[in-house]
Design a protein around this ligand. Structure first.
Ligand code: RRO
Length: 309
């Protein structure tokens, strides 16, 4: 069974990577991802300056997934640029996620990162839900267009964008129309569903500290929304923009469903936090077993081929 795929012009031995966020902030975490069976890997979203992030507790597992309000803790983009040089020894693509606090900051980081050979591609995060007082860029269509208009000509690496979930058909169309104007290589669907509230009914209190308990949810809660977003963008985007599926993947079946909806690559988020990098081996094995049962040899045998009734 062959799990190979392509993204951003890179051939990948398999379709699994980490979501930007879980276990990809420190040197040790990045090396663990390098050694893992993931086909490629990506850094935590970087800002110009190192950030501590929000106060703890800021990530909590729940029976159906997780809630977080990390607040962009990261070591600063120059750290990830330096890591890229060290991580090249793992001989698989390494992407850097960028999430500047302003357009100017994104411009500065992307111009610099574009010059570094060992960085394979950039995922521009337009959807962080957890910065007090800052809206998610990709919910503002005008601003999204301004950002892409400015950044696309400056970026000499393959560039993708990380999108938040959309919930209205017109919004899928409006965003796809914007994205289709640019030479983007991929879109990642979806970031966590923002500003949810998980509470502890015994204690009658919230479970995370920042923003009075409001945070992004991931895991089982969000798989149907993630599949909807993958399917919509797979259908609406021009064919040279690949879709990367993220949201609720904790088994081979979940990965299979994302690929059936059109994902070329799938990301592990909450399950990576919960299980560590061994999740890549287990889920890849489960996906291969499903393919074997169904008589599929390659991902292209079923990618995007979801049937309607
Ligand atoms: O760091 C975070 O709080 C965070 C980010 Br940047 C993001 O894009 N998505 C998320 O769930 N948390």
């Amino acid at each position: 069974m062959n799990l190979s795929t392509e993204l951003g012009g890179y051939k990948l031995s398999n379709c699994f990577m980490n979501a930007s966020g879980p276990l990809c902030t420190t040197e040790k975490e990045l090396n663990d991802l390098g050694k893992s069976s993931a086909g490629l890997f990506i850094s935590k979203s970087a800002t110009e300056q190192e950030r501590e992030g929000n106060p703890s507790p800021r990530y909590v597992d729940t029976p159906w997934g997780s809630i977080n309000s990390m607040g962009l803790p990261n070591k600063g983009y120059l750290f990830y640029a330096e890591q890229a040089r060290q991580l090249a020894k793992y001989k698989k693509p390494f992407f850097i996620s960028v999430s500047g606090m302003s357009l100017e900051e994104n411009v500065k980081m992307i111009q610099h990162l574009s010059q570094i050979d060992e960085i394979s591609a950039i995922e521009l995060n337009l959807s962080c839900p957890n910065l007090p007082g800052k809206p998610q860029t990709a919910y503002d269509f005008t601003q999204t267009e301004i950002v892409l208009e400015k950044i696309m000509p400056l970026c000499s690496k393959p560039l993708g964008v990380k999108l938040p979930p959309y919930f209205d058909i017109i919004h899928f169309h409006q965003m796809a129309e914007i994205l289709n104007q640019y030479p983007l290589r991929f879109v990642t669907c979806i970031n966590s569903i923002g500003n949810a509230l998980v509470i502890d009914s015994d204690k009658e209190e919230v479970v995370i500290k920042p923003k009075d308990g409001f945070g992004g949810i991931g895991g089982d809660y969000i798989k149907p929304t993630a599949l909807a977003n993958v399917r919509q963008f797979y259908t609406l985007l021009k064919k040279d923009i690949d879709v990367v599926g993220c949201g609720g993947i904790r088994s081979g079946v979940d990965a299979f469903e994302h690929i059936l909806c059109g994902a070329s690559v799938v990301q592990l988020g909450t399950i990576l936090m919960q299980e560590g990098v061994s999740a890549f081996d287990r889920i890849a094995q489960e996906l291969q077993e499903i393919m074997q049962k169904k008589g599929y040899q390659n991902l292209l045998d079923f990618k995007g081929k979801l049937k309607s009734l």
